[in-house]
Design a protein around this ligand. Structure first.
Ligand code: HAM
Length: 420
């Protein structure tokens, strides 16, 4: 028999304790921020029906689905994202829910991606969605909650930017260039590939969609727009899409996130269901891939058979943000010492150590008790390599005195504690 590899399948992830420290830091920040912004948790199974997930829209994600047939011939898949499942769950209860709803989930997602930095075949994603609200209040709440999660993780405000655009603005501009609405979704997906494939390859995609050379040139011209004012000149001062963006930027000030928002006409997003504001957060230095991304998707519920319902949401993955945080703060920045470790010198002190552990655990402390006797040097070197904040080492003299010293490992300060 061939030896089994110790590596997980390519692109899948093992989380050793040092990795869990980061993962927990991210998950805690996600949950706390989502709750601080009034989102309720929901969840579903990782396995979804393939029909729900498979869209004939030419999106990358539809080609990356891990799918299989179960023993009864059902076509199933591991979800590549949470949004179709959320739409399904909401549509299933549409008559009974009171809108708007604000829901969040930390969802494990699978995509058969080309493996590059920041891209795995398995990742966790915070999903924040507001369903049933068409004003930019919804965009502001999801963006500000994501920004709050980042600051809880220790990310400085100047270390990232949220790049914002509006697909409705692009649609208005494409209309003005004489490109019919039926071509817009394909144009969006082609333009989203910018930077990943050559401009020539994008032009080819646009020509395949039926755009002539003049229309292709006009499409590329739009991407040269740098500021919202320039966009407003092209779209006209009465443009509803510009008005929405201006309102969003103005209100962002009240949320305290205006310093992080920038208009960027090149942010389009690779999923076809977005209809309005779209946004993506990147590290300011531009070294990493998107930290989170989302937008407005007002038609998704109708495409799966639900009633027309406005919706906004975002997905915030765990892979890129940890890369960015490690780069900014250091590999070990997430490790915070906590709890107490207890050791003993000889078998004769074992019971005293166990009694102390029990008493501290009863008081709610996190206690790591040595499983065997240890020499002082061994114990203290393990303690400093471990995660405990304090250490208690019990020798024969401590047992006879009925007390021991509790040492704070970082400051080396000691306090005397009674042995129970
Ligand atoms: P997405 O842009 O495909 O959007 O993914 C959102 C985030 O998930 C990305 O910005 C990234 O942090 C992370 N992510 C995606 N794929 C991978 C991967 N292969 N490896 C590591 N991280 C990854 C969506 O999924 C939308 N459903 C978000 C949404 C929710 N829109 C509305 N509501």
């Amino acid at each position: 028999m061939d030896a089994i590899s110790f590596e997980p399948p390519r692109g899948m992830r093992d989380f050793y304790p040092e990795d869990m420290i980061w993962r927990n830091r991210v998950f805690d920040a996600w949950r706390r921020a989502a709750q601080a912004y009034g989102f309720s948790p929901y969840d579903s199974c990782v396995v979804e029906s393939l029909d729900l997930l498979q869209r004939k829209s030419g999106e990358e994600v539809s080609e990356q689905i891990y799918h299989f047939e179960d023993k009864s011939g059902r076509r199933l898949a591991l979800r590549p994202e949470m949004t179709p499942t959320l739409a399904r769950m909401v549509a299933a209860r549409q008559g009974r829910l009171t809108f708007p709803i604000k829901w969040f989930a930390v969802a494990q997602c699978f995509r058969y991606e080309r493996m590059t930095r920041g891209r795995k075949r398995e990742h966790y994603q915070l999903n924040l969605d507001i369903i049933g609200e068409s004003s930019v209040s919804a965009e502001l709440e999801v963006m500000a909650a994501a920004a709050d999660a980042l600051s809880r993780m220790g990310m400085p405000a100047d270390a990232y930017r949220i790049r914002v655009n509006n697909r409705a603005l692009l649609s208005e501009l494409l209309d003005r260039s004489g490109i019919a609405a039926k071509h817009h979704p394909a144009v969006f997906l082609a333009l989203d590939k910018r930077g990943k494939i050559s401009d020539e390859a994008i032009a080819e995609l646009l020509r395949e969609e039926g755009l002539d050379d003049a229309a292709v040139a006009k499409t590329f011209e739009l991407l040269a727009v740098q500021t919202l004012d320039q966009a407003a000149e092209l779209a006209g001062q009465d443009s509803p899409a510009i008005a929405t963006l201006r309102e969003l930027f103005a209100l962002a000030d009240i949320y305290g996130i205006a310093d992080r928002l920038v208009f960027d006409i090149a942010v389009i997003r690779g999923l076809s269901y977005y209809t309005g504001i779209v946004f993506e957060a990147f590290d300011t230095a531009g070294k990493f891939r998107a930290i989170f991304g989302g937008g407005r998707y007002d038609n998704l519920l109708t495409t799966i058979g639900g009633d027309p319902t406005p919706a906004v949401g975002l997905g915030f993955g765990d892979v890129v943000v940890v890369e960015v945080l490690k780069d900014l703060l250091g590999e070990t920045a997430a490790a915070v010492r906590h709890g107490v470790t207890i050791g003993y010198m000889e078998a004769a002190q074992r019971e005293a150590a166990m009694r102390l552990a029990r008493s501290l655990r009863d008081q709610g402390e996190e206690v790591d008790l040595a499983l065997t006797k240890l020499k002082p040097k061994q114990f203290f070197s393990r303690a400093s390599a471990g995660s405990a904040a304090d250490a208690v080492y019990i020798g024969p003299d401590d047992v006879s005195a009925g007390q021991a010293r509790r040492k704070h490992l970082e400051t080396r300060e000691e306090t005397v504690i009674p042995l129970p």
